[in-house]
Structures are given as structure tokens and as C-alpha cells.
Design a protein around this ligand. Structure first.
Ligand code: NAG
Ligand code: NAG
Ligand code: NAG
Length: 275
């Protein structure tokens, strides 16, 4: 269970408890619910003011609904004053371990605005590398404020000829917006259908969770994009690196990919794999 889910479960339990409490007080008071609310709780507007009811809803049904709604709102008012500080956020305490539910929360007293601001995407990543491209992440590890919020982002820079090779984010869907240049982007579905398009500045494309996808610079100028993820820790697995940048024996790579040994040797050499 993520910290956000835990928070909302606590909230539901607290709503129910304060509802029960309110109803008990009301029963003991021997006042009609509306009188009780007026006396002890909140102003209740005239229920007949500006009502637009479907004809099937009778006035008495509405009055009942209104009473319950007011009770419910009343409970929420209780809640929002007593629990606000622990439920608003859970800034990552990066000293502790990461887990599927995210990091532990930093002590709220020590949280500052800089936990919610990240300037690391202002600068272009270094594209002097084999892929002539750079991914600059603003995931929870770089940007602790996104912990538990189910989102994060990254900056893509592609020099002319640059490519973000086939990869997948096991934990998130992705949306990409092109800020400069032209990018040919695509993904392959589980049914092996290909969805590919050359995007220009301002275009947005979405990549469903877990599917293999890529981005290639489609022009002779530097291309820039911002991508956003539906997780604070989307994860990243690059297909070629998984195959050729480790010590998976070449014989097994050949067996499982049907590539010939010379090609495997070459790619292992380029990407730093052994075996
Ligand atoms: C409800 O409306 C009536 C008539 O407009 C008014 O006299 C009365 O004071 C109102 N009651 C409340 C609680 O606003
Ligand atoms: C709702 O309020 C009305 C008016 O005060 C009251 O007559 C009625 O019994 C209440 N209904 C419930 C379900 O509390
Ligand atoms: C970019 O990376 C290359 C290769 O690692 C390095 O030689 C170069 O100094 C870096 N450039 C900058 C501006 O950091």
C-alpha cells in the first residue's frame, strides 16, 4: 500500500468514526438532527432554496439526503483541521530504503520549499556518448517532493543523430512533449503492432505502461523534450543494455535472440558487455 493509499484509508476510517460520534451525540441530545446541527455545528441553508430536483426525487428524500450530506461535510471539517499536516505530502527521506510503496516520509517539520522545487532540468544533458542523447531524470531520487504523488518527469536531449534506444518503464506510463526540433517516437504493443510518428515542437505523445518504445532525433538540429511519468519511480530498462551490456553469456544471447555470434560480439564490445 502506498503512503497516499494509507492516508486515504485513514481518512475514510476517521470520517466514519466522527460520523458515528456525531450521530451518538445527536441521539443523546434529543434534538432533531437539524436543530442539533444548527445549535452545535454549522449554519444550514434553507433546503428549499434554489433546488433543482429530478421529478422522481421527492422532497422528503431530498431532506434526508441533505441531512446526511451535512453530517458528512461536518465530519470532513473535523478531519481537515486535525489531520491536514500529515496527509498533505510525504517528502522522501532519501536516507531510508526505497520500496514499492515509496520512501519513508521526511519529518514534516524539516520540509522546506526546496523539497518541492527541482532545477536540474534547466540544463541540457551531456549528449557526448554512444547514443548521442541524454535523459535527465527528476524521479523521486533526484526530486524528493514527488514521493507518493504518483508522478515524476525527465528531460530528453537528442543531438543530431541521437537516439533513446528501445526501452521500457516497468512502473509507469509516459507522456512526451516536444519543446524543440523533431523527434520520431514510437512504441510496440503486446500484439506487436507498431505506433510511430515524427513529432514536432508542441506535439505530445503517450506511451502506455510497460511497452517498449524509443525516440530518435529526426532532424539535423538538437531536439529537446520533457517527459512525464505516472510514477515517482518509473524505472528504466534499455533493451540493448539488457542484452549486450552485462555478462549474459553470448551463447545464451544468441539462443534467445536468434542473432548471429559476430553481431553479438560487436554489440558487447560497443556496450561494454562480457561473456
Ligand atoms: C429560510 O427561509 C425563510 C423564508 O425565506 C426565512 O424566513 C428563514 O429565516 C430561512 N431560514 C434560514 C435558516 O435561513
Ligand atoms: C432531516 O431534517 C428534517 C427537518 O429538520 C427532519 O424532519 C428529518 O427527520 C431529518 N431526517 C433525517 C433522516 O435525519
Ligand atoms: C560530456 O561527456 C564527455 C564524455 O564523458 C566528456 O568528455 C565531456 O567533458 C562532457 N562534457 C561536459 C560539458 O561535461
Amino acid at each position: 500500500m502506498s503512503s497516499a493509499e494509507r492516508g486515504s484509508h485513514h481518512q475514510v476510517v476517521a470520517v466514519l468514526l466522527s460520523l458515528v460520534h456525531c450521530v451518538q451525540c445527536m441521539a443523546r441530545s434529543q434534538l432533531a438532527p437539524n436543530q442539533f446541527m444548527r445549535k452545535f455545528c454549522i449554519y444550514i441553508p434553507n433546503q428549499t432554496d434554489r433546488l433543482e430536483m429530478p421529478s422522481s426525487v421527492t422532497l422528503s428524500m431530498f431532506v434526508k439526503m441533505a441531512n446526511y450530506t451535512i453530517l458528512f461535510l461536518f465530519s470532513l471539517i473535523f478531519l481537515s483541521s486535525s489531520h491536514a499536516s500529515v496527509q498533505d505530502f510525504c517528502v522522501a527521506d532519501l536516507i531510508g530504503p526505497d520500496s514499492p510503496a515509496g520512501y519513508f516520509c521526511k519529518n514534516p517539520a524539516k520540509v522546506t520549499v526546496s523539497d518541492f522545487v527541482y532545477s536540474g532540468l534547466a540544463k541540457a544533458g551531456n549528449t557526448t556518448n554512444i547514443i548521442q542523447a541524454a535523459v535527465t531524470p527528476a524521479f523521486v531520487a533526484q526530486f524528493p517532493g514527488v514521493n507518493g504523488l504518483g508522478l515524476s518527469l525527465a528531460r530528453l536531449d537528442l543531438a543530431p543523430g541521437g537516439v533513446i534506444p528501445f526501452h521500457t518503464h516497468p512502473g509507469a506510463s509516459e507522456v512526451l512533449i516536444v519543446l524543440r526540433g523533431y523527434i520520431t517516437a514510437g512504441f510496440v504493443s503486446s500484439a506487436n503492432s507498431v505506433y510511430v510518428k515524427t513529432l514536432k515542437k508542441g506535439d505530445v505523445m503517450v506511451f502506455p505502461q510497460g511497452l517498449l518504445h524509443f525516440q530518435v532525433n529526426a532532424a539535423k538540429i538538437h531536439a529537446k523534450a520533457i517527459v512525464s511519468f505516472s510514477s515517482a519511480s518509473p524505472g528504466l530498462q534499455i533493451l540493448d543494455f539488457a542484452l549486450f551490456a552485462n555478462d549474459l553469456p553470448s551463447s545464451l544471447v544468441g539462443k534467445t535472440t536468434f542473432l548471429d555470434p559476430a553481431q553479438i560480439k560487436k554489440l558487447k564490445g560497443v556496450l561494454g558487455g562480457t561473456g
